[in-house]
Ligand binder design. Structure first.
Ligand code: MF3
Ligand code: CO
Length: 256
């Protein structure tokens, strides 16, 4: 959406703030021995405690086999995105866990993700994966302003991925949002400067680099939601929602 009214902007800011808080609380609850279903309960409770509504729960995009059954998308190790919380899945030290959460507040949406390591200790490849994916988000945000092209964002992400030798999952990327969780345009995590649609002030975007430590080829699991890397290499995902302005952007979900 293009936010024009003061009231929409106010609600977008609140949606972003509450989402960042709920996501941080969920991240704090990540530890060995916790199930992914328990983390979903934390996420949903934290969203509702702030007057928000979980945006992913019961969300059924066009083409989906069935509606998403949880508040939280939780994707562990070779799971890339849209992992479904489960009572059977217990986290272990060293797991790479992407937490992706969406919230609506007074009908305005926010979408954000972070990747954390269970117990905080990990190998160098995992450190490189997380640092590269986070840095790609930072660099993408730097090029966003009214008049910049969608391709400028993709080019910024791609450059960082190359530097860190990470795979970019081509079929996944960012999007506009606002009155719904997914709106056009799609924002690829690769591209060429000057290509694609021009951004305008007031446009609300979710920017989300999604990277792998190995091949970027992915498939969808039997649950019809979870994306997995085909080579079982691990993946990371960082995402923020932001508002495009004349000379830059305003981050709506501050967590970095
Ligand atoms: N942040 C996720 C994305 O942009 C939102 C997934 S919603 C779900 O793809 F319901 F599909 F999980
Ligand atoms: Co998103």
């Amino acid at each position: 959406m293009i936010a024009k009214t003061e009231s929409d902007i106010k609600n977008l800011r609140l949606a972003g703030k509450y989402l960042a808080e709920a996501l941080a609380a969920t991240a704090r609850a990540v530890k060995a021995g916790v199930t992914t279903a328990e983390l979903d309960m934390v996420a949903e409770r934290e969203i509702r405690a702030r007057g928000g509504v979980p945006a992913f729960l019961n969300y059924k995009p066009r083409g989906a086999a069935y509606a998403y059954p949880a508040a939280l998308c939780i994707s562990v190790n070779d799971e890339v995105v849209h992992g479904i919380p489960s009572e059977e899945h217990t986290l272990e030290d060293g797991d790479i866990v992407s937490l992706d959460l969406g919230l609506s507040y007074n009908g305005l949406f926010s979408d954000s993700a972070i990747t954390v390591i269970v117990g905080g200790e990990c190998d160098d490849a995992a450190k490189n994966l997380l640092e590269g994916t986070r840095e790609a988000l930072r660099q993408a945000i730097k090029v966003i302003k009214a008049g910049a092209h969608v391709g400028d964002v993709g080019a910024a992400v791609e450059l960082v991925a190359k530097k860190y030798k990470l795979g970019i999952v081509e079929e996944l990327g960012g999007h506009a949002l606002g009155k719904t969780v997914h709106e056009k345009p799609f924002i690829p995590n690769m591209g060429h400067k000057g290509n694609g649609e021009k951004l305008v002030a007031g446009l609300v975007l979710a920017i989300e680099p999604i990277m792998t430590e190995g091949s970027p080829d992915v498939g969808v699991a039997d649950d019809e939601w979870t994306y997995l890397t085909l080579d079982h290499s691990r993946a990371a995902h960082f995402e923020q929602s932001l508002l495009v302005t004349e000379d830059g952007c305003e981050i709506l979900t501050p967590f970095l």
